[in-house]
Design a protein around this ligand. Sequence first.
Ligand SMILES: [Zn+2]
Length: 484
Amino acid sequence: MTKTGIMSTEKLPTRSENYSEWYNQLIQRSEMADYAPVRGCMVVRPYGWALWENIQATLDRRFKATGHVNAAFPLFIPMSFLEKEKEHVEGFSPELAVVTIGGGEILEEPLVVRPTSETIIGYMYSKWIKSYRDLPVLINQWANVVRWEMRTRLFLRTLEFYWQEGHTAHASEKEAVEETLRMLDVYTDFAINEAAVPVIPGRKSQSEKFAGAASSYTIEAMMGDTRALQAGTSHFLGQNFAKAFEIQYLDPSNQLQHCWTTSWGLSTRFIGAIIMTHGDDQGLVLPPRLAPIQVVIVPIYKNDAEREKVMSVAQRVYAELNEKFRVKLDDRAEVTPGFKFNDWELRGVPLRIEIGPKDVDKNVITVSRRHIPGRDGKSAISSEQVTPQVDTLLKEIQAAMLEKATRFRDANIHEPKDYDEFKQIIQNGWALSWWCGSAECEAKIKEETKATTRCIPLNNPEGHGHCVYCGAEAKEKIYFARAY
Ligand SMILES: [Zn+2]
């Protein structure tokens, strides 16, 4: 076992040396998460959980602003519930954890540990919804779910993970489709404006859609190694679950109708998206709007006299900033400033403030922007009225991170003219290609190149061309990429 965490002095592997080792070690050394004793399970440590709490808060605000309320549904679901929707059970069966014994007794009916909650919530909705006046029902829950994955990776794919799942029921198809797209918009807005992750919203192909959905929508993000990550999904479930669970209502003319339902989710996987979109060879680079610590203050001194002088300014600046920002004064005496710099760089704190005796004499403080390594990211600002200056800096950093990630994404998306070029592009980027819509072409491409369809972008231009694989007439362009 290698020693990990704050006191580790080993260098992080670079991304070009070994991207996946960089990712794994970074998560453990920055104390975001650790491996649990059960294979494939993860412990989210306080620093990682603080990031998740910030993600939760900003999403929850958006859910409530769009009319949703939170509730909590049970962890256990009767096995028979899953079997009611054919595609759903086929899709989830291989990943189920099933409880057969409870309190020392063999259970009459096995209980599934929820992999997702359409079935149990559908069952409850069928009890609660009677009339068109009860609609729409717009409920979200923050929960953990279990999917027995074979190949796991911290945050990206773990046996148990944390997420939110929204489940809504509507009187009409039109309303349910609108809801599906509204929540896709909410996710897109969150990803771009809070996480500075420039996702591409779009529709999944039929073979990539959620098991039991009529159609699935996704936000797709490009990671630092150009692989794609599905970072959030919104599903139009049609009447599939309404029919399986008899979610029905009496319309204004007293006719019994099936509801139209949706579900949508975003999970702790998104933390992986943030790490791999912004991280560099020094460690995490966290977007200011979500960072657990936005500003760290490091005092620099050589003796007691300097310490006194520097600390009085450091404490004043801390007190001022603490009114508005998530700020930390690193006054540890047992480690050097250099150690602290590396430590906070590893943890991705967006802005570092250094205060030394010379700074105090000149009434300045030195600021270092995490997303611009080295001297280029450093400058001096006045040590008076620090709050408005830091506010501006954090906004600039947030914007610059989005711009940098967007530039990287766009530089790595290409439109191939033929399948040979497609195979080249896919090695190190995404291909936006004409596709005839057939599952066979999709499967062949996957088999030959490991690239999967990511999404048909919402802003797909009108037009037509020839399928990149079979050459048949194609009406839509779709993104292909190797994905996590
Ligand atoms: Zn084709």
